[in-house]
Design a binder for this molecule. Structure first.
Ligand code: MN
Length: 255
């Protein structure tokens, strides 16, 4: 059967200020499998933190050069770490900035793309923090501070977020089945693709009796990989093109 080139989706690369092995892997991915894609989507946490488009971190600038020469559309969605990434950097990288919930028409069906943090509705402490840092006034005040102060604050917030994550039970750090059902229902979609939780898998479940699929992208800090979607459906792959080693032995996820 004739099939259009695949759509590729990645998230959670968590790139640092300086070039790293993960940056090299991603540049190889852009030069390799990504070249044959019809579109590339980056669903947030591309960077470990973002303190402003003026920061000029070497890894980010190198990546902008590579992304801007990609032959297909590249779309970026904010994660909870790089939510301050703005139009200036997106333009340098040739990326389209997408809203938090992005409907995408795929050959295999109508999908929704999200970073995923807003689906972790049991983590009320995080959601309160998120509500504050997404306010335009907070962002303008933060971006107006000297670069060194912004970096120090981002480092502090990263430490606090890691500490909090260690103290919370696993279910709280995962997406909530009700939030997943609600977003699929409200957009009339049966396929959700997101990152953030670092629990790569493809889940099959039902919402209101309708079969649904939720694809969770891998974190590149662990085993790097990506989602490839074509007419045959979604597949999680490692960078060498093999099937992604999805964890087994976990209890069945209701969503
Ligand atoms: Mn995240």
């Amino acid at each position: 059967m004739h099939s259009a080139p695949p759509v590729l989706v990645v998230s959670d690369l968590h790139l640092d200020q300086e070039p790293s092995p993960t940056l090299s892997e991603f540049l190889q991915f852009l030069d390799g499998p990504a070249q044959g894609a019809s579109a590339l989507y980056i669903l947030g946490d591309l960077f470990e933190y973002w303190v402003g488009d003026d920061a000029g971190f070497p890894a980010a600038e190198q990546l902008a050069d590579a992304l801007s020469s990609m032959p297909m559309p590249v779309t970026f969605q904010h994660g909870n770490r790089d939510f301050l990434l703005g139009k200036a950097y997106a333009n340098r990288a040739g990326m389209e900035l997408a809203p938090e919930v992005l409907p995408v028409e795929l050959e295999v069906g109508r999908a929704l793309f999200m970073h995923g943090d807003s689906l972790c509705t049991a983590d009320t402490e995080y959601l309160r923090f998120r509500e504050v840092v997404r306010r335009p006034e907070w962002q303008q005040a933060f971006l107006a501070r000297p670069l060194a102060e912004r970096i120090a604050e981002a480092e502090r917030m990263r430490g606090a977020s890691r500490g909090a994550a260690r103290m919370k039970p696993g279910e709280i750090m995962d997406v909530h089945p009700d939030a997943v059902a609600a977003v699929l229902r409200s957009h009339g979609r049966g396929l959700l693709i997101h990152g953030h939780t670092h629990r790569p898998a493809i889940h099959h479940f039902e919402v209101d009796g309708q079969p649904c699929v939720r694809c969770v992208l891998p974190s590149w800090d662990e085993v790097p990989g990506y989602l490839r979607v074509d007419a045959n459906g979604p597949r999680l792959l490692t960078l060498d093109g093999g099937d992604y080693p999805v964890e087994s032995g976990l209890p069945a996820d209701p969503a």
